[in-house]
Design a binder for this molecule. Structure first.
Ligand code: SAH
Length: 213
């Protein structure tokens, strides 16, 4: 596993692309400049790692597009030490971005193969999420709730109500909602019962799947 000057140069360019697309948060841009995204993908795709594109990983899933990762992370508006739940660990790239921001990360993945692979891989890179869970994101993680932020990285056919109820007051849920394409949706919890909803444009994700029987 190598990170070379060439990779670092490509990452600098990727950061410029993200800035040109409207990403402003310095800490997020620094995280993307630092994290060796090529190591999160199959080595045959290494050359594509620093294009601003989604890419295939194991178990028919994808590593999200860097712009999407940055955009969703920006919407969470996280402070250091915030408690964050991620649904869809996948390659672990989004997890690594969150960890670089100095937040506590809990992440759920429903594909066992990916769960195992990414768990080993993140620890090899010395990334330490609080907990990686093999399970179903539709139910969230009641044991660790409430969260400052919840980020869903798969396309959800609807907003699972446990995710809303596991937010702190003031907390934020960022979730792409829809069938073939998704609308990036931000919910801010205003009080026990009130949520503010913002819709922030079209995206395309792999589907958030219901539990296997
Ligand atoms: N954050 C990841 C994105 C991976 S794609 C990355 O940066 O690489 C979305 C992931 O969500 C896939 O790994 C998929 O297996 C997972 N997923 C789909 N439905 C899920 C569910 N109900 N619970 C948890 N994970 C789910």
């Amino acid at each position: 596993m190598r990170d070379t000057v060439k990779h670092q140069g490509l990452r600098k360019r990727l950061v410029e692309v993200l800035i040109s697309k409207g990403i402003k948060d310095k800490a997020i841009l620094q995280a993307i400049e630092k994290i060796p995204r090529h190591l999160f993908m199959d080595s045959s795709f290494e050359d594509f790692a620093y294009q601003d594109k989604a890419f295939p990983i194991a178990a028919n899933q994808t590593i999200s597009q860097p712009y999407t990762v940055a955009f969703q992370t920006e919407l969470l508006q996280l402070k250091k030490n915030a408690k964050v739940l991620e649904i869809g660990t996948g390659s672990g790239y989004q997890t690594a971005v969150l960890l670089e921001l100095g937040v506590k990360v809990f992440s759920i993945e429903r594909q066992q193969e990916l769960f195992k692979k990414t768990k080993m891989f993140l620890s090899k890179l010395h990334y330490r999420p609080k907990q990686l869970i093999f399970g179903d994101g539709y139910i969230g993680l009641e044991k660790q709730a409430p969260f400052d932020g919840i980020i869903v990285t798969a396309g959800a056919p609807f907003v699972p109500s446990p995710l809303l109820s596991q937010l702190k007051i003031g907390g934020r849920l960022v979730i792409p909602v829809g069938d073939k394409t998704q609308i990036m949706t931000l919910y801010i919890r205003k009080s026990e019962k009130e949520f503010e909803k913002h819709e922030l444009g079209d995206f395309k994700f792999v589907p958030m799947l219901q539990k296997k029987n």
